[in-house]
Design a protein around this ligand. Sequence first.
Ligand SMILES: Nc1ncnc2c1ncn2[C@@H]1O[C@H](COP(=O)(O)OP(=O)(O)OP(=O)(O)O)[C@@H](O)[C@H]1O
Length: 264
Amino acid sequence: MSSNTTSPLVYLHNVNKSFPATKEETPVLKNISMQVNKGEFISILGQSGCGKSTILNLIGGFETPSTGEVKIKGEKVEKPGRHCVMLFQEYGLFPWRSVLKNVELGLEPLDLQPEERRNRSLEYLKLVGLEHNTHQFPSELSGGMKQRVAIARALAMKPELILMDEPFAALDTFNRYYLQNELLRLQEKEGTTIVLVTHDIDEAIYLSDRLFVMKPSPGMISKEMTIQTSKPRDRSHSDFQHYRKKIFEEFQFNQPIHQPEFNI
Ligand SMILES: Nc1ncnc2c1ncn2[C@@H]1O[C@H](COP(=O)(O)OP(=O)(O)OP(=O)(O)O)[C@@H](O)[C@H]1O
């Protein structure tokens, strides 16, 4: 596939992945194919160990597929590139650097003048509501604030793609909901493409344009679902419940619990 405007931003075709320690008959990932278009918000949803992070690592160029193709903008991914930034649950901030310096750090590989770097960092800290915290250190911030710094750092780099590995999992419900809204607002403003890995069903429905449900051993995509309702979404709306029900069925959470028989 050549690089052109119609090619998807992210393209995975028949990807299989085994690690040296993995048994060949049970690869970590089997026959993963997916495409992500520019500007889309995609979630990969599945239980622990089904290979979600491995997919992100393949897209980010931190791992290579055993077989199959991984491409970004039509180019084979062979190593981490500037197209995408990874955002983690543990924030990835340097404790000895101030909030501002942490955001500036992300811009250091870019060819910017120091003043431009500072101004851009301040602009994005303002966007996430941290313009009054620039000189604080990570240890002085709440978990939600730390993740806002990480989001500001990622966006300031103006990547085409942000890969998020359970970025809100460590936060309480209020912070999580707040940051989910913030993320949607910023994504819309910047037109960034996002691939999010989560095991939170509501989070995936709330944020995604499309989501991929995975099943484990080996990790495979069992369902692809487009969330048709417009954003921002109402978690209590019947449409939302409709998608929850479909995903619950996919995970077979709605099956009656088998009661063991006791012979007394
Ligand atoms: N570098 C590696 N070497 C060997 N095995 C690995 C490696 N990375 C991942 N695995 C294995 O691949 C499987 C999938 O791991 P992965 O982290 O992708 O799952 P996950 O769905 O993201 O899980 P979680 O939600 O718990 O983070 C696991 O069994 C894991 O032990």
